[in-house]
Every structure is written in C-alpha cells, then in structure tokens.
Ligand binder design. Structure first.
Ligand SMILES: Cc1cc2nc3c(=O)[nH]c(=O)nc-3n(C[C@H](O)[C@H](O)[C@H](O)COP(=O)(O)OP(=O)(O)OC[C@H]3O[C@@H](n4cnc5c(N)ncnc54)[C@H](O)[C@@H]3O)c2cc1C
Length: 444
C-alpha cells in the first residue's frame, strides 16, 4: 500500500467496524482498526457463556487474526478517548501510553453501546449487565457459586434466597438468559447436588412493559411467555424495579429476596457524540445523515449502536444486522470517494427479520409477514447464528457443542474462574460462622 494513500481510521472492531474494514480490503487506502479489546465479540451468544453452554473462546476471535489477509489493514489495541475534528485525529490510550494521536483522512466510529441503568447507576453494583466476555464470565461465576454456596449452607431457609435468580428486562437478552438458566437448573445441574435441589431454583423475569419481547408481534410475545412459564420461569410484567440492593429487588412494592440479580434492561451509546460535539438523539446516539456521515463532516461516519438514523419515520434498532449493513455502506462510500466514483444511493436498511431463543429447541422468528415459533424457528435461529460467527473454526466448535448439549444436556464450560483473585467471593462477605458444623446429608 502506498504510504501516501488516504488513511481510514475505524474505531471499533465489532459488527459495524469489522464490516467496514472488510469492505475496504481492496481500497487504495491505509486502513487502521482501533479497538480497546483484542477480539471481535459475537454478542448474541454471550448469554450462552453466562449460562455455561459455551466457553469465551467459542464466541470471540482476535481482530488481527480475522483481518490477517488484508494487506492494507493495521490493527491497534487501544482505547479511544477523544477526537479532534479540526486537526483530524483521534486520541487513544495504548497498552503503555496515554493520549496517542492518530491522524485520519476518513473516520468511521463504530463504538457500540454499554449498559444503561436509566439514571440508577447505583444498581450496577448489585445487578451486573451482560455486554462483554468479562461480564458473561462474571455472571457465570456468580450463578455457579450460588449453587456451591447453597450446597454448603446448613440453614435451609437461606437456600431459597441463594437459589433465586432475578432478571431485570424482558427483551431478547432477558428472555434468552431466563430460558437458558431454566434449562441449566432443571437438566444439567439436577443430579449433581445432595443438599439442595437445583430444580427448585426460582427464576424471576421482571419488566415494566406489559409483555416480553416488546418489538415482536403480540402472538410471538405470548408464545415466548408461555414457553418461559412452561420452563418454570416466573414472568412478572407491568412493574418497574424500584430498588436493587444486596438482598434482592423491590418490584411493584414487593421484595423478591435474591443474591443474584442480572440487568438485561437497557443500553446507552458510547460517548462518540461527545467526542464529536455532534447532534444526538435523546439516548445520546449521533444523528447521522442518509449517507451515515455526520452533518458538516463528510469525512466522518458513525455506524451501528452508536448512530441514530430514522427509516420510514422510525429509528433503526440497535441490532447486529443494522450495524453490519451500515459498516459495509460506510466502507463503500469511502472506497468510491477514494476511487473518484459517484456515491452510492442513500443508506437503506434491509430487515431480514428478528429472532429470540427460549430454552432448548424453541425460538420465535419474525420476518416480514412470517411469524413462527417452536422447533423450526429454533433450527433457523441455530443456522443463522452459526453462519454469522466470525470464523469457520468457531462455527465447527459451536455446532459440535450444541449437538452435544442437545443430546446429553452437558454444558461446555462450567468452571468458576476468578481471573481477579480479589473477586473470589464475588464481593459477598463471608459470614463469621465457619465454626458451625456442616452436616453433609443427602437432601432426600
Ligand atoms: C447480550 C446481547 C445480546 C444481543 N443479541 C442480539 C441478537 O440476538 N441479534 C442482534 O441482531 N443483535 C443482538 N445484540 C445487539 C448487537 O450485538 C449490537 O447491535 C451490535 O453488536 C452493534 O454493533 P456495533 O458495531 O455498533 O457495536 P459492537 O459490536 O458492540 O462493537 C463495538 C466495538 O467498539 C469497541 N469500542 C467501544 N468503545 C471503544 C473505544 N473508546 N475505543 C476503542 N474501541 C472501542 C468495543 O470494544 C467493540 O469491539 C445483542 C447485544 C447484547 C449485548
């Protein structure tokens, strides 16, 4: 690649950023992908890591490995902290340096979203969200440790709190987590404990909306709810969560005692809007034009969860397909501009449909007028998720793992691993009653 070729900086190697980088593979440009993680993460399967179905390495791949064949592309591990739109450079913190400046001719911001606690950041301490591999492993540790704690607990009255799992948020992530937890406790763990009965674990899904899976058709929401209830999940709708503390949650003025609360309710965009001082929507997503550029800055593009664009009068959803199609589009605009070609037509999202899985062998699928629930939808869900994993090695490994789980009920990764030794008790204080004897009877 010519050193004098224009430099395209892409911040974020998620769905949007990676799609943009791949589209630019043959462009006469120096492409630089900067991400604070060294891996591209397939977020739709995070809940399977959190519930021990898959291991972290099965849903993520190093970004530099994915892009290794692109001679015009460099990958940098660094956290972007700001953009100077006048000087045309981004600033990032690398492994050992802060505020490193990186100039650009074109910039694509694809920095995604993080959790939103809707103004209640104090909930974060007691109700972790699910966004990164670290979150998923931490939730997995917490869930598995709750069973270990209950098995070692001689006071049966405490078993109930320890084995009550509350999920806040009835969107796809909450529904998928609840279904997967139900299968974990009712099949995989059921015969492995002596003092507690894992099948008696309580799984409660709370949402202030009147139905689960709000964006889906009502019939599919109802099917998902019925399936959850069949799996033993308590679905509590119409009440927001007023409080979350170390003892559980208060929802609709009722306290639900629990030692494991998981937040699956809201997302907030990255601070890209602040970096650019650009207009944003109410959620803080950067308002982009129909070619995905920022008003007044034809050289800056924002794509994916951190961009806001209306189509047919409605904002596009924060889903992987939107991010990928926008990433590809922004890459194409830049490629054509560099090549002196006419710009493509304005961006238009092609909706291929939405789906959510509810436990084993059951999913809901909505595409155009087709509304499907049950096993067929689950097969479609499985095939599509396999297809979109970043590398063939992951596809093979996840496929084998799913078949094994389906046939035997055995999960791939049930290890409690504390990467940080200080979190070994998940922040829960040990009670000072270690001198009490612990009679190990079979629960029967
Ligand atoms: C648990 C979960 C389940 C989901 N399930 C589905 C599903 O089933 N179907 C679906 O369509 N969508 C699903 N989504 C949504 C989907 O994952 C997102 O819409 C999609 O990832 C958005 O792509 P993106 O490129 O905008 O952001 P991301 O894919 O999140 O990528 C953002 C990238 O930017 C990097 N980054 C962020 N800030 C910085 C910074 N300051 N400096 C450097 N790098 C930075 C991050 O490390 C990350 O790699 C799910 C999301 C979650 C969290």
């Amino acid at each position: 690649m010519r050193d004098s070729a224009p430099r395209v900086v892409i911040v974020g190697g998620g769905f949007g950023g990676l799609a943009a980088a791949k589209t630019l593979r043959k462009a006469d440009a120096n492409v630089v992908v900067v991400d604070r993680q060294n891996h591209h993460l397939f977020q739709p399967l995070l809940y399977q890591v959190a519930t021990s179905v898959l291991s972290p390495g099965q849903i993520a791949s190093p970004i530099r490995n994915i892009l290794r064949k692109q001679r015009n592309t460099t990958v940098i591990l660094g956290e972007v902290t700001g953009v100077d739109i006048d000087q045309r450079c981004v600033f990032f913190d690398s492994v050992d340096r802060e505020g490193v400046a990186l100039g650009y001719d074109y910039l694509i911001l694809a920095t995604g979203a993080s959790h939103s606690y809707f103004g209640h950041d104090e909930f974060a301490r007691f109700a972790p969200g699910l966004k990164s591999l670290a979150d998923a492993v931490s939730i997995r540790n917490h869930v598995l440790r709750a069973f270990e704690q209950a098995e070692a607990e001689e006071d049966p009255k405490r078993h109930r709190d320890l084995l009550t799992f509350v999920l806040v948020g009835g969107g796809p992530t909450g529904v998928e987590m609840a279904g997967a937890l139900a299968i974990l406790v009712r099949s995989t763990l059921r015969s492995e404990f002596r003092r507690v009965d894992p099948t008696s674990a309580r799984i409660v899904l709370v949402d202030m909306a009147p139905r689960v899976l709000g964006p889906f058709a009502e019939s599919l929401s109802a099917a998902a709810r019925a399936r959850l209830e069949q799996l033993g999940v308590e679905v509590r709708l119409g009440h927001g969560v007023d409080l979350i503390d170390a003892d559980g949650v208060i929802a609709g003025s009722e306290r639900i005692a629990s030692k494991t609360v998981i937040w699956t309710a809201g997302v907030a965009p990255s601070p890209a809007g602040k970096w650019l001082k650009a207009p944003t929507d109410r959620a803080g997503r950067v308002r982009v034009q129909s070619d995905l550029s920022v008003p007044g800055h034809p050289e800056i593009f924002v794509v994916g969860d951190t961009a806001s664009l209306d189509q047919d009068g409605r904002p596009l959803a924060g889903v992987a397909q939107v991010a990928m199609q926008q990433g590809r589009y922004a890459g194409r605009v830049i490629d054509r501009r560099i090549g002196g070609k006419a710009p493509p037509r304005p961006f238009r999202y092609f909706d291929k449909g939405t789906m959510a899985v509810v436990g084993k062998g059951f999913a809901v699928l909505q595409t155009g007028r087709l509304h499907l629930s049950g096993f067929l939808a689950w097969l479609a869900w499985a095939a599509i998720h396999l297809e979109f994993l970043a590398q063939s090695s992951l596809r093979v490994s996840v496929f084998v793992q799913w078949v094994w789980l389906y046939l035997t009920g055995q999960r791939g990764s049930r290890l409690i691993v504390d990467y940080d030794a200080s979190s070994a008790s998940d922040g829960q204080a040990r009670r000072a009653d270690a001198t009490r004897s612990v009679p190990f009877h079979d629960r029967s």
